[in-house]
Write a protein that binds this ligand. Structure first.
Ligand SMILES: [Zn+2]
Ligand SMILES: [Zn+2]
Length: 214
């Protein structure tokens, strides 16, 4: 999810995959409940989870396909000029040149329009209905931590019968396919900055292979 923050469609698909993976955790647990001597602890977890807005959102997300309409009112993209010679020099900061359609990828804004002599900064925020005011990387990282605790609890209770739990490995040690960043890294993924190299504007630190650009 994090590496696709500036690619709206791949971001939506990976969010859908996250929702699906997140929900499969409790599904798998319920399927395997016979492996536990007592499953009451799981019901307690479910009761607690109902007080957690992020877990409620995950549970209520009816489909694994995230539609634009769900994101649209809660998401934004701001593009800012950095060092534009045609803006007054006494400006502390070069101003935002505006809020853009967040469903166009950042490359689109970099490569359309006239080539520039200055650089830009693109800041995005993805939010979704049902989770108002939460940024999605942060919210999903939160949900992921809670589900990981649930899985660890299951493993602890199963002890050496852990082997029956093929579908649910403890999350430490294994690289998550969801590549959720820790909190401090979130801004890094939300903001893209460009530099001028050989007269061309390029995205500094662009994740490789995001999308083919001519
Ligand atoms: Zn500009
Ligand atoms: Zn792109």
């Amino acid at each position: 999810m994090a590496r696709n923050y500036h690619e709206p469609d791949p971001f939506r698909y990976s969010l859908g995959a996250f929702i699906q993976a997140g929900r499969s955790v409790s599904y798998l647990l319920q399927k395997e409940q016979a492996a536990f001597d007592n499953f009451g602890w799981y019901q307690s977890w479910v009761d607690e989870a109902k007080k957690d807005p992020v877990l409620c959102w995950l549970n209520d997300a009816r489909t694994d396909v995230v539609h634009r309409q769900a994101l649209q009112p809660h998401s934004w993209l701001e593009m800012r000029c950095v060092g534009n010679p045609r803006q007054p020099v006494d400006d502390e900061e070069d101003g935002p040149i505006g809020t853009k359609d967040p469903f166009m990828c950042t490359h689109y804004y970099m490569f359309t329009g006239p080539s520039t002599d200055h650089t830009h900064e693109f800041t995005r925020l993805w939010g979704i209905e049902g989770l108002k005011d939460r940024e999605l990387l942060e919210a999903c990282a939160d949900a992921y931590d809670r589900l990981a605790q649930l899985v660890q609890e299951a493993h602890r209770r199963l002890g050496d019968r852990m082997a029956t739990f093929e579908g649910m490995r403890p999350y430490s040690g294994e690289k998550s396919a969801r590549d959720l960043p820790c909190m401090q890294d979130i801004m890094k993924h939300r903001v893209a900055r460009t530099v001028i190299r050989d007269g061309k504007e390029v995205w500094e630190g662009e994740p490789p292979g995001l999308h083919d650009q001519k």
